[in-house]
Structures are given as C-alpha cells and as structure tokens.
Design a protein around this ligand. Structure first.
Ligand code: ATP
Ligand code: MG
Length: 363
C-alpha cells in the first residue's frame, strides 16, 4: 500500500500542508524543529490513532488553533481509501473512511506503517515498559484484536488496583479479579510469545548478516513461565502466581505479577545485550527488529506497509545505512526525514522526491 497524498491542517506546527506522495521514495529535508517528525507522526497516527510521542492528543492541535485535521488517500491492492481524522479542543473526534463516519477499529484497519525513529535506537537501553510498548504496538499492527485485549486486561487491572488500595479488602472480590486477570492476561502473553517467536526467526537472519555472524536470541521474560506454553497452561500458571502472591499484593497495595511487569530480553552470542552489548551492537539489533516488523506485516496482510524513517540514517554507520537502504524492496513506499542529503548516495537521491520543510511549511 502507499499514500497518494497527505493533508495537514493545524497539525502541531504544520498549519496547512498538502503533500503529493505519489512516489516510491520521499525525502523530507529540514533543519531542526521545522516539522519533519510532525509529518511522519501524522502518518503513523493515521495508521494507529496513537502518537509515538504522546498519549495526549490535545498536543497535536496547533497552539493557536481549535482543531486539527489529517487526511490522506491510501492506495491499497483492492481499492483506494480516503482517511480523514478530525479532533478539537472539546475532545470531539471524527473518523471518516471514504467520507463515512467510522469506528476506531475500522479506521485503524486501513493503513499499515512501520516507524523507525531515533528513540527506537535506545530500545535495548530503555525501561521494560519501552520494550513492552514496542512489542504491543508491533503486535497490534498484525493482530487488530490485540488492542482490545490489552484494554480489557488493563480495565481489570485498574479495578483490582483500586481494590488493593482501599482500606478494606474483600478477598472474595480480589479472587474474582484475579481469575479474570488470568484469563485476559494469558491471551496477551500468548500473543506476545507467538509474535516474538516469529520476529526472532526473521531478525536472527538479518542480524547475522549485518553483524557478520553474531547470534541473536530473543526471550520473553515472565516470572511464572519458563518455556513455550499454550494459552491454557499460561492461564493456569498465571492464576497460581496470583494466588501465591496475593498477600504480597495486599501488603504492597499493587499488582505484582502479570504482563504489565514482563520484559523482553535480547542476547547476542548468549550474553545479555541490554547489559553487555556496545551501542553499535544494540543498534544492529534494533535495525534487524524493524526490518523484521516490515516483513511480518507484509506476510500477514499481503501488502507492503509504508516505511517511515525519522532521522535514523544519520545515526547509523555506513554498513548499517547501506543494509537498511538495500533491504527496502522496490514496492515499499518509504518516507525519510533528514537534516541534509549528505548521508545518501547519489544513486539513491536520483530516484527520490525531495521536499524541503521550513517552519511547518513545504518550500
Ligand atoms: P528535529 O530535526 O530536531 O528532529 P523536526 O523537524 O523533526 O526537528 P518536529 O519535532 O517535527 O521537528 O517539531 C517542529 C516544531 O513543532 C517544534 O519546534 C515544536 O515546538 C513544534 N510544535 C510541537 N507541537 C506543536 C503544537 N501543538 N503547536 C505548534 N507547534 C508545535
Ligand atoms: Mg525530528
């Protein structure tokens, strides 16, 4: 799939932009703070209804404006689809697919993107919550029902936490929550394990090539699991862990076990990458992961997602830059941002549509 165009009205500092995106490769060049990331963020937003930078969508509205609009015509294998997002200061949101009002689920099913931005390069350095978020976002792009499962689980978890914080704790009610948590949570863990297995298989190969034969392993780190499990086993083990740690949870007034506490561990030649890998080695892992995400989405949906590369080329050395650019198959629409063109080979620049951005305007 590809975007034919993109229209922004009062999207952050982009007051009014219309971009013709009828090209395979698009390069957006601009100095710092001109709006490059904002443009990629808006495309990512159309595909997920989430910003990679904030959970408060009010921030997307231009400081001086009352509402924001993002529109795009998406060319898919079977049809062209027009997406329109509208949101205002009163928190009224309107989602339209082909001019008809629609649900978030329907809206998000249209466009697939893979975003690779500089903060992603710190994935291995960051907190477990960063890694869980990366994983959850990647999974939602291939299993649309995953988002709903996550929010269902979160709802139960919040209710349970409220109970744990209250003065009087009804243990019968706590056990009811625990039972619900084990069922909802095991689905999440099961899908995470499944996705990680898939991504590990693909990422290992890519990683081996870029690193010249280092071995990558990915492991889901969950306190009550050790090994591959089916959903019923996960649910049973989760329920047992909740029962076992019930007194601790009551004492601490919070949930201590479950997918909200898990982590993803990366190993290079059997040593834990978060602790021991160099910055370059960690970046290689992230690059391999991102390219694998792209491949998994293509496999699962039968269409190429749109690839968004925010400033990452400047952060990679020549070998990794080349690997990345050469790995992008011809049909994959790619929107790249950069402060200048020096990182790109002449051959690459010949086939690229270049836009310059200055103070939120295309010049
Ligand atoms: P860099 O090269 O440093 O990454 P960039 O071109 O990617 O820069 P953006 O992150 O897109 O820059 O941000 C551009 C500008 O948008 C920033 O100066 C920021 O202050 C401004 N901005 C962010 N949100 C809003 C908003 N709601 N209204 C107006 N301006 C905003
Ligand atoms: Mg930026």
């Amino acid at each position: 799939m590809r975007l034919k165009n993109l229209t922004l009205k009062n999207y952050r500092n982009c007051k009014s932009i219309t971009l013709d995106l009828g090209f395979d490769k698009i390069l957006i060049i601009g100095k710092n703070a001109q709006g490059k990331t904002n443009i990629l963020e808006s495309v990512y937003f159309l595909s997920t209804l989430k910003s990679p930078r904030t959970s408060n969508n009010q921030e997307l509205i231009n400081f001086d404006a009352q509402s924001v609009e993002v529109r795009s015509d998406v060319v898919k294998a079977d049809a062209d689809v027009e997406l329109a997002f509208f949101y205002n200061r009163e928190k009224t949101r309107e989602l339209r697919v082909n001019t008809l009002k629609t649900t978030p689920k329907n809206f998000k099913s249209v466009l697939r993107t893979v975003l690779f931005a500089t903060p992603d390069l710190l994935l291995l350095r960051g907190n477990p919550s960063d890694r869980r978020e990366w994983l959850d976002r990647a999974i939602s792009q291939v299993y649309p029902a995953y988002d709903e499962r996550l929010s269902k689980y979160d709802k139960i978890r919040i209710q349970k936490n409220n109970l744990l914080k209250s003065d009087y704790i009804d243990e019968t009610l706590l056990r009811v929550y625990n039972e619900q948590m084990a069922i909802a949570g095991s689905n999440i863990i099961f899908l995470r394990l499944k996705f990680l297995k898939e991504i590990e298989r693909i990422a290992r190969e890519k990683h081996k090539i870029i690193s010249e034969s280092e071995e990558l392993k990915i492991q889901y780190d969950c306190s009550f699991l050790n090994g591959e499990e089916d959903v019923e086993t996960i649910s049973r083990l989760f329920a047992a862990a909740l029962e076992e740690r019930m007194n601790e949870e009551i004492r601490r007034g919070q949930s201590c076990v479950g997918p909200q506490r898990d982590d993803i561990l990366f190993y290079i030649n059997d040593s834990e990458a978060t602790k021991f890998a160099s910055q370059g080695q960690q970046r290689t892992v992230v690059l391999a992961l991102k390219l694998s995400e792209l491949e998994i989405i293509t496999d699962k949906t039968g269409e190429n997602p749109v690839l968004l590369l925010d400033d990452v080329l400047a952060e990679l050395d020549d070998i990794r830059q080349n690997f990345l650019l050469k790995s992008i198959k011809p049909g994959v629409q790619t929107i790249i941002t950069s402060v200048d063109t020096i990182h790109f080979e002449e051959e690459f620049l010949r086939d690229v549509k270049i836009y310059n951005i200055e103070q939120g305007q295309i010049s």
